[in-house]
Design a protein around this ligand. Structure first.
Ligand code: FES
Length: 130
């Protein structure tokens, strides 16, 4: 198996070997239901299907991120939003852009939110060999 992986790496570039995939997780029946659970300019943590997802609401709408601050790994629970479209980790107050995830010299994974007929889904991206 290890030898096969080495051969794959030799023949293909990293981008050709690893594929970006998205796992869509149902998080609410509707955008309104989800929005009603989150106070304006705050972030709330949802635990769904084994994933801890941080969802926030600001003047531009809802956003979702991985619930693990890249600074020291704490939860964003209790965090808040700023007027410059960032959300703030409550532990050391690093701010992260809600669109790019950048902030504090690092970044947090931002997830897509999609409303479909069957409900509201959060798309968690991951890298896979297959
Ligand atoms: S753990 Fe989030 S800013 Fe330090």
């Amino acid at each position: 198996m290890l030898m096969e992986l080495k051969v794959i790496f030799l023949l293909k570039t990293k981008a050709e070997v690893f594929k970006r995939r998205v796992k869509w997780i149902l998080i609410a029946d509707s955008t309104k239901t989800l929005s009603d659970k989150i106070p304006m300019n705050r972030v709330t943590v949802f635990n769904v299907d084994g994933y801890a997802i941080c969802i926030g609401k600001n003047k531009n709408g809802l956003f979702a991120a991985k619930n693990k601050c890249p600074h020291e790994g704490y939860s964003f629970k209790g965090g808040w939003c700023t007027d410059d479209n960032k959300f703030v980790c409550p532990v050391h107050r690093y701010g992260f852009d809600v669109l790019t995830g950048r902030g504090g010299g690092t970044y947090v994974n931002i997830y897509k939110i999609e409303e479909r007929e069957s409900g509201v889904f959060v798309g968690i991206e991951f890298t896979s060999l297959f």
